[in-house]
Design a protein around this ligand. Structure first.
Ligand SMILES: Cc1cc2nc3c(=O)[nH]c(=O)nc-3n(C[C@H](O)[C@H](O)[C@H](O)COP(=O)(O)OP(=O)(O)OC[C@H]3O[C@@H](n4cnc5c(N)ncnc54)[C@H](O)[C@@H]3O)c2cc1C
Length: 426
């Protein structure tokens, strides 16, 4: 039984199906019937690919395994039973397992910053990406019809909180999106559309070397973006954010990219966890002290031979999924398991305007070459040939034609006061 069909769970299910001679029934549960290819979420949100092309149908992964589209509700590890609710059903159901793989990922870390839950924008799911796009277009329309230049600037000012990979990509691509879209609006000047990136540390992209992080910061600043280091946001309202030093920035869009937290659904499952709530595992990916429960991906603490936890990234989640499939086959075949020894291949980030930074197998790249490598790597990593072709076509079309700045109308994107219950997102 695999809970969660993201990078860890879906790749584990796929690798299990490929184990020769394995006599096991594999069941995967996820609330969505698609797998989200998160590295392309920001591109989906800024229009260089179709949002649907950033996800892959779960059944494209699962040839022989069973799939249940359901919300995981609880687990009774003693009785080896999972409780779930099928999407749209009004009662819970239960299913028994022999081996349990917990691959439920993480959620956005939302600390107790006043106004964050109400006004902050997350960037974690397909709905978030599409919602941000719809919101940006709604704000452009509003700005175009606003005569007050101060208010127009506030409507077109995005504040991104968190200067790691997701925050930097969101800021870079988001800035480019606003700049290009603004040209279509008669009463908006592109210089009025700005992005501020707020980072608590002393540099952005802290996981990369100083030189690449400085390169990225210089490129973003040269495009007119503001980067504020050594500070964070202490309050968010519908039209401004307050910084640590008490100063305020006017904005209608505060995008929160400052960290992740364990999936709260596993709280209370009597699992061994660290002080932050992540599930502690043995080197073979088994949950500590348990025979038949395994945990992989963002929500688990899996360590290398030196005892260092593998980072919460897609590349590590995929490799953990594959190692776990081998270990499950070994256990079922009466063979010993092996420790999860996996290698980091490096990091890549696209920062907008066909520019990127990359550190791959120790080689550092920046500019167009890094951006090209970023696209090539993710195109090759995209599951299924059909999705690869669709994404490649989207990128080709994007190269020659301007983007469509239309709302998809799927989500309520801007909360309006209750006495003005207007649906701005469609
Ligand atoms: C915008 C963005 C960009 C990123 N870019 C990169 C990148 O370029 N490179 C990189 O290496 N990493 C990147 N990451 C990180 C990467 O996405 C994660 O590390 C990776 O997804 C972790 O895999 P996972 O399987 O643990 O979790 P996930 O992929 O999040 O999968 C968890 C699954 O569990 C399901 N689920 C959760 N709770 C329940 C429940 N109660 N019931 C049913 N189903 C449930 C979810 O629907 C989901 O499918 C990015 C993340 C984001 C948000």
């Amino acid at each position: 039984m695999i809970l969660g069909g993201g990078f860890a769970g879906a790749y584990c299910a796929q690798a299990l199906q490929r184990q020769r001679g394995l006599d096991a029934e594999v069941v995967l549960i996820d609330r969505n019937n698609y797998f989200v290819f998160t590295p392309l979420l920001i591109e989906a949100g800024t229009g260089s690919i179709e949002p649907r092309h950033a996800v892959v149908p779960m059944r494209a992964f699962l040839k022989t395994a069973e799939f249940l589209m359901a919300e995981v509700i609880g687990a009774d590890l003693e009785r080896r039973r999972i409780t779930y609710r099928l999407v749209g059903a009004d009662a819970d159901q239960a299913i028994d397992y022999d081996h349990l793989v917990i691959a439920l990922g993480s959620v956005t870390r939302l600390p107790d910053v006043p106004g964050l839950r109400e006004h902050g924008v997350e960037l974690k799911s397909l709905a978030d990406a599409v919602g941000l796009r719809d919101r940006s277009i709604a704000l452009l329309e509003r700005a175009n019809a606003t005569e007050d230049p101060q208010e127009r600037r506030a409507l077109l000012h995005f504040v991104v909180i968190g200067g790691n990979f997701t925050g930097v990509e969101a800021a870079g691509e988001g800035h480019m999106f606003l700049q290009q879209a603004a040209r279509l609006y008669r009463h908006v000047d592109a210089s009025e559309a700005t992005v501020t990136l707020v980072e608590l540390g002393d540099r952005i992209l802290g996981a990369l070397g100083d030189d690449l992080s400085e390169y990225a910061a210089a490129k973003l600043r040269a495009r007119g973006m503001t980067i504020l280091l050594g500070t964070t946001v202490t309050e968010i309202t519908h039209d401004q954010v307050t910084l640590t030093d008490g100063s305020t920035l006017r904005t209608h869009t505060a995008i929160w990219c400052a960290g992740i937290a364990p999936n709260p659904v596993t709280k209370g499952w009597a699992l061994p966890v660290d002080q932050r709530g992540y599930i502690l595992c043995e080197r073979d990916l088994r949950v500590r002290g348990m025979d038949n429960v395994w945990a992989i991906g963002d929500g688990a603490v899996n360590t290398d031979a030196g005892g260092n936890a593998y980072p919460a990234t897609a590349q590590h989640a995929i490799q953990q999924g594959r190692v776990l499939a081998g270990n499950l086959a070994a256990v079922l075949g009466g063979r010993p398991t092996r420790p999860c020894d996996i290698r980091s291949r490096g990091s890549l980030a696209a920062i907008g305007c066909r520019t990127g930074v990359a550190e791959v197998y120790g080689i550092k790249l920046s500019g167009f070459a890094a951006w090209w490598l970023w696209r090539t790597v993710y195109l090759l990593k995209m599951p299924t040939l059909a999705r690869k072709v669709r994404v490649a076509l989207d990128w080709t079309i994007d190269f020659f034609f301007s983007r469509d700045y239309v709302q998809l109308g799927l989500h309520r994107t801007i909360r309006t006061p209750p006495d003005h219950d207007v649906q701005s997102g469609g």
